[in-house]
Design a binder for this molecule. Structure first.
Ligand code: GSH
Length: 205
């Protein structure tokens, strides 16, 4: 299999972090230069179907995109440690937090960076009002995370899951826009420090 990756991009980093937590080392990682437009070439589009990284080319030649879908596929192939849920109830709770982490924290933070960092002007028509609205959305999402993390070391249950990886990669990327969680969110602070201290945090950066 081949993973089409792009250094410093937050969505491929989710997959790299996920692979590192599972100790997956037998997937070839191919770097795609998104600032040079390599993800827009006809060769890449023929494989991925859209100009986005990450993409995973499977052994039979088919390619899937969407970081969470790729992680879900890898979970089936490399089940340990479990990061998506051991039983129906746990899987549903992890799915709930995965969607919240993505929709209420990670995506707004990525939009904030996309619409405010000068380097991203190369791939986005930047609108300050979109940056501001997404910053506000992420701040609200982080308050919700902080309440949940008061009772738990990790976001979805008492161990690391895919939900933690989505929120942590989004927050780390947002440092490009000088975004830091409100220091009063002490549970988010403790959780994020723990996440960034994991060896897997170094994967794909
Ligand atoms: N929902 C997709 C998002 C993929 C995505 O937006 N990737 C960014 C890099 S983080 C990208 O390829 N951007 C290229 C562009 O916007 O031109 C996923 O989770 O994989």
């Amino acid at each position: 299999m081949k993973l089409y990756d792009s250094r410093r991009a937050p969505n491929p980093r989710r997959v790299r972090w996920f692979m590192a937590e599972k100790g997956i080392e037998d997937i070839e990682v191919v770097d795609i230069d998104i600032f040079g437009g390599q993800h827009r070439t006809s060769e890449y589009l023929a494989k991925a179907g859209l100009p986005n990284v990450p993409a995973l080319e499977m052994d039979d030649g088919r390619t899937i995109t969407e970081s969470v879908a790729i992680c879900r596929y890898l979970e089936a192939l490399y089940p340990e440690p479990n990061l998506f849920g051991e039983d129906p109830c746990e899987s549903a709770v992890i799915e709930m937090w995965t969607r919240r982490a993505e929709m209420m924290v990670a995506t707004p933070l990525m939009m904030l960076v996309r619409h405010s960092h000068p380097a991203l002007a190369a791939i986005e028509t930047q609108l300050p009002e979109i940056a501001a609205a997404n910053r506000a959305m992420a701040e609200k999402g982080l308050k919700m995370l902080d309440r949940s993390l008061a009772d738990s070391e990790f976001i979805a249950c008492e161990r690391l899951t895919i939900a933690d990886i989505l929120a942590a990669t989004g927050l780390d990327f947002a440092r490009m826009a000088r975004f830091r969680p409100d220091p009063e969110l002490v549970n988010v602070k403790r959780w994020l420090e723990g996440m960034m201290a994991r060896p897997a945090a170094k994967a794909g950066v």
